[in-house]
Design a protein. Structure first.
Lengths: 724, 162
């Protein structure tokens, strides 16, 4: 599906992006802007003893050097803000900021700030922890622990049990666009151009930190060069430093992260050690699942991915216990990264199911069919919809799964071995309140305004499509404004939330505009529709029509409402849902393994997804592929390598930290399963995360099928597959 | 007082068919001169060390990473950036193909991918999908638009051969 059709128009902002005209945050021209460079700590734990900035201040162009000794005091609960105390929590922490007329001068200054440290013993790996693991308050948005039935007894009585340990590595989000902020104060008013996945949340945090009314702060993020979770809460601590610096100096300041700083200052996917125990009958029915996760967090903040979610909800099983525990490490603060929790958690669960299938001699797909959950056993609620079975059917048929040999290492291609693996995927549906405005101008053009963001997800386009569809006008007549806190408040972009949240608000606003247009026509003596029942007037193709009468929409607005017709609507999810809602998918992978070199190539990925209503199949397919690529790199490439002696990131650049390239891409075969979910406002389930769930397991399972080698530690690099 | 040899250098750069007489530090990269001195921000700074390809431009028809090139060494050379690819407001076929094939998501790697693709086609390396994938692998895309990028390039390369 490369050609666009009516349901799949290309991105409306694409022409700006292919010509270089789209301006990203750091490219905003701001008069008199100064540049900031960061000085970061080389030690993993300790205190700053002394900062000697004399040499830095003498560098031509340097305007100021800020450190904990002279920086203003700002605070926000749950946010670690640097430059407030001399304490160093991790290698890479900001200890000083140098501000200069040019970036080159600022970097020169930063290079000669002399900092001496009092170094303390550091815990630089989970295995070094002295203190026992502790239970965080939550795991993502979910409960830390869960328990149903009696897993211990069930395991004791199980005909078959399987106990395994799986590990996943630390990953970094690494959008291609580095984080940046340009903060410009004008008196007590502040405008912030920044790389934000959440302009309203950032505005609130900035206003509260600096004692400002929220309407004094404007946060703008028009084009966002990727996010994947790192440009929301994780970016806030440095964003605040940028604002603080501008305030302190009294001039606009631009602060951009270097690629290396993106490995330490803006979050990471936490490393996990997962213990997974399954109990089952000989015919493959699950009788117990125990899934315990140990993960890394920082010394100054708690974060746990909801790793246990798939074990809680994906399969029918009466006896399930899950837990999440954390260990403090002198390392950067972890935070959500694309498919947080469900990505790493599904690697363990879906690998274990494959191991169980192999042990029992049951086809891996058949094993999953036998354990389909007809309702959410975690909450006891019925599904709002569940298209998992259809996903299995569609993807398996397209992949040719029925031809999979049961034997291991049976498929060959010359000296290479081929293997086929599969996995299930699920991701919860989240929604938040959203406002949106829709306006018809006297020339018949439409503008949609919503303070959400487009980080490459297609938000510009689907906002326009939603309004165009209800107002019955061509897409080319719709303009969209987003990424600005002067707009009606929109949702943040993350957790597959945005589209599910703004869709009902935009649709309601567009419907209100339609009603007002119909009333205008019915009430206007000059309209051919005058006197007709407003509720029988329809709007399509740029016309209002009823019975045999019609009027051009633009004519009506120009005459009867020359100021335009606008409606602002708000939509919020039900406080307590009577249904449990997840998006589902099934992913099938083919790998080619070089048995002598240990090299793994994914050659085919077939996936089917059931995620409610799809607004634009072309863009949805692209986003699912993006998610699957995230799964490929989790499986085979990505690993933030830490020096466990010094606690520093070794692979802090895009050459040493492997992210997949063109040459790593398999053939993608994506299927969107139609799903009408009547229980969700707007019918949208969100699609950004789901592609990254299950994919790593499908690939690892395919590697096992190809080689007989069960790799339980990600990423699956050459060294893990070399002959013993 | 720290002294740095901030030698300024005067250079004539031909960018997108226009001559620019500029003075900048001898150590300035082509990328910084494009973005900061000329406000040609289409070439992106993704890593500033030649590892991501987001800053790809053509110099005398060859693709290079502008972040690894000293601006002062481009004197007298023809530089083509993404801003110079469209002619008279009409998109270049590659740009159109990127739009139609949805070969972009966030758009940050896109100018580099397109300029690299233009170089690739000129090199005669867009003959088949495997070659496109291999020789476009210096241009990273974190959104995962890769297969659509390859489809867009293949469509243009096919059209060019016919």
């Amino acid at each position: 599906m490369t050609a666009s059709d009516e349901r799949s128009p290309p991105r409306i902002e694409a022409a700006l992006k292919v010509t270089g005209a789209a301006r990203y945050a750091t490219e905003t021209p701001v008069e008199g802007v100064l540049h900031a460079a960061l000085v970061v700590a080389p030690i993993a734990s300790g205190r700053v003893r002394e900062i000697d900035d004399r040499q830095a201040r003498a560098v031509a162009g340097v305007v100021a050097v800020l450190s904990h000794e002279n920086a203003p005091r700002i605070a926000r609960e749950g946010v670690f803000i640097a430059l407030q105390t001399p304490v160093v929590h991790f290698a890479g922490q900001v200890v000083a900021i140098v501000v200069a007329e040019t970036l080159m001068q600022a970097r020169r200054g930063a290079a000669v700030v002399k900092v001496s440290y009092e170094e303390l013993p550091a815990v630089t790996a989970i295995g070094q922890a002295v203190d026992p693991p502790f239970a965080p308050r939550t795991a993502g948005r979910t409960a830390t622990d869960s328990r149903r039935g009696d897993p211990e007894s069930a395991l004791r009585d199980a005909e078959v049990t399987l106990e395994r340990r799986y590990t996943t590595s630390t990953n970094n989000h690494l959008p291609l666009e580095p984080h940046a902020v340009i903060a410009a104060w004008q008196g007590d008013e502040l405008i912030v151009h920044t790389t934000s996945q959440a302009v309203f949340a950032h505005r609130l945090a900035i206003a509260e930190c600096f004692g400002l009314a929220v309407d004094r702060v404007r946060v703008v993020s028009k084009y966002l060069g990727g996010g994947f979770g790192t440009k929301g809460g994780a970016w806030l601590p440095v964003l605040l430093l940028g604002v603080m610096t501008a305030r302190q100096i009294g001039r606009p300041v631009k602060l951009e992260l270097t690629r290396a700083q993106m490995f330490t200052l803006v979050g990471r996917r936490q490393e996990t050690i997962q213990q997974l125990t399954l109990g089952a009958t000989r015919d493959g029915r699950l009788t117990a699942i125990v899934h315990d996760t140990l993960a890394q967090t920082s010394t100054y903040g708690d974060y746990a991915d909801p790793v246990g979610t798939p074990a809680r909800v994906l399969y029918a099983c009466a006896n399930v216990a899950t837990s999440h525990r954390l260990v403090r490490v002198n390392a950067p603060q972890p935070n959500p990264m694309r498919a947080p929790g469900e990505g790493p958690g599904s690697f363990a669960l879906e690998s274990a199911l494959d191991e169980l299938a192999h042990a029992l001699g049951i086809d891996p797909l058949e094993l999953r069919l036998r354990n389909f959950a007809d309702h959410d056993q975690h909450t006891g609620l019925p599904w709002s919809s569940n298209g998992l079975l259809e996903c299995y059917r569609v993807a398996a048929r397209s992949f040719g799964w029925e031809k999979r040999p049961r034997e291991i290492a049976a498929l060959r291609d010359g000296r290479h071995r081929l293997g086929w693996g599969m996995a299930s995927a699920c991701y919860p549906v989240y929604r938040m309140a959203s406002e949106a405005a829709v306006r018809v101008a006297p020339d018949g053009s439409v503008k949609v305004r919503c303070g959400t963001q487009d980080m490459g997800t297609g938000t510009y386009t689907v906002l326009a499509q939603l309004a165009a569809s209800i107002l019955g006008i061509p897409l080319a007549r719709v303009a969209v404004e987003l990424g600005d806190t002067t707009l009606p408040e929109g949702p943040y972009s993350g957790g597959s939330i945005a589209t599910a949240s703004f869709t009902p608000a935009v649709e309601e606003a567009a419907r209100q505009v339609c009603r007002r247009l119909a009333e205008l026509a019915a009430d206007d003596p000059d309209s051919p529709l005058h006197g007709l029942a407003a509720d029988r007037i329809t709007i399509a193709d740029g016309y209002l029509r009823s019975e045999n009468q019609s009027e051009i929409l633009a004519d009506l607005v120009a005459r009867a409402a020359p100021e335009g017709v606008e409606a602002v609507a708000r939509a919020a999810p039900e406080e307590k849902s009577r249904h449990s809602s997840y998006g589902y998918g099934a992913v099938f992978a083919e790998v080619r393994v070089d048995p002598e070199l240990g090299e793994v190539r994914v050659t085919r990925l077939t996936a089917a997804y059931a995620t409610g209503r799809i607004l634009n199949p072309l863009l949805a397919r692209s986003q699912f592929i993006g998610g699957l690529v995230g799964g490929i790199c989790m499986a085979l490439h990505e690993d933030t390598v830490m020096d466990e002696r010094l606690g520093r990131v070794v692979s802090d650049n895009l050459a040493d930290y492997l992210i997949p390239v063109h040459a790593d891409m398999p053939r993608f075969d994506i299927h969107l399963v139609d799903e009408d979910d009547p229980h969700l406002g707007g019918g949208i389930k969100g699609i950004g995360m789901l592609g990254t769930v299950g994919t790593a397991a499908a690939i690892a399972n395919a590697v096992f099928h190809a080689t007989g080698r069960r790799i339980r530690d990600l990423p699956i690099r050459l060294e893990r597959l070399l002959p013993d | 007082m720290t002294e740095y040899p901030d030698q300024q250098i005067a250079v004539a750069l031909s960018i997108n068919g226009r001559e620019h007489r500029l003075t900048f530090p001898a150590c300035a990269t082509l990328l910084d001169v494009l973005r900061d001195a000329l406000a040609l921000t289409g070439a992106k700074k993704g890593c500033d060390m030649g590892a991501c390809g987001a800053c790809t431009v053509l110099v005398d028809g060859r693709r290079i990473n502008a972040c690894l090139a000293l601006a002062a060494m481009q004197d007298g050379k023809e530089i083509l950036t993404i801003e110079g690819l469209a002619r008279d407001g009409v998109l270049h076929p590659l740009q159109r193909a990127f739009v139609v094939h949805d070969a972009l998501q966030c758009g940050y790697c896109t100018p580099g991918q397109i300029m690299s693709a233009a170089g690739l086609i000129a090199e005669g390396r867009a003959s088949d999908e495997a070659s496109i994938k291999e020789f476009m692998s210096g241009n990273l895309c974190r959104c995962g638009a890769y297969p659509n990028i390859v489809a867009a390039i293949a469509a243009i390369a096919d059209a060019a051969e016919r």
